[in-house]
Design a protein around this ligand. Structure first.
Ligand code: FES
Length: 160
């Protein structure tokens, strides 16, 4: 892959850097700019952030791989992150996971062949009282029941 940011992304980074006295402090938001454009953070994005912020590539990669919100592999259009930590687990998260896997025809950690969905198990989404909970990009689904699983997938496909 050979990626170059769009002029809009370059402009956003220029504005962003003006807000930080030390450009290295913009590492996380800069990585988000790349991920917003691509959906994930390939090596080219690491190299771009490294060059723009004057940081070693290994340092940028260290930041990107430390935080789970950065996708280091290509993902589907809809990134389903289901919490299977203790509170959600007690509310039936494992059964919801099985239902999602069945509905999508994939296992956790995989992407559907059409590239529409990637399913991951994650730790707490900080909505423990409303489990089982699932994050899909900026949206949180709470209190997911087995009946809601096909409805959610249908809605995300734009068919709901
Ligand atoms: S345990 Fe699932 S949101 Fe906290």
């Amino acid at each position: 892959m050979s990626w170059k940011p769009t002029p809009q992304t370059e402009d956003k980074l220029t504005k962003l850097l003006g807000a930080y006295p030390d450009r290295k402090a913009a590492c996380i938001p800069a990585l988000f700019l790349a991920q917003d454009e691509l959906g994930w953070v390939p090596d080219d994005a690491i190299a771009w952030v490294s060059e723009k912020l004057g940081m070693a590539k290994s340092m940028v990669e260290g930041v990107a791989t430390f935080y789970t919100m950065f996708n280091m592999e290509k993902i589907g259009k809809h990134h389903l992150e289901l919490c299977t930590n203790i509170s959600c687990s007690l509310c039936g998260a494992e059964q919801v996971l099985e239902a999602l896997e069945k509905e999508l025809g994939i296992k956790a950690g995989e992407t559907t062949p059409d590239g529409l969905f990637t399913l991951h198990e994650v730790e707490c989404l900080a909505t423990c009282g409303m489990g089982p909970a699932m994050q899909v990009h900026d949206r949180i689904f709470e209190g997911i029941t087995l009946e809601k699983v096909p409805e959610i997938i249908k809605e995300l496909k734009g068919e709901g």
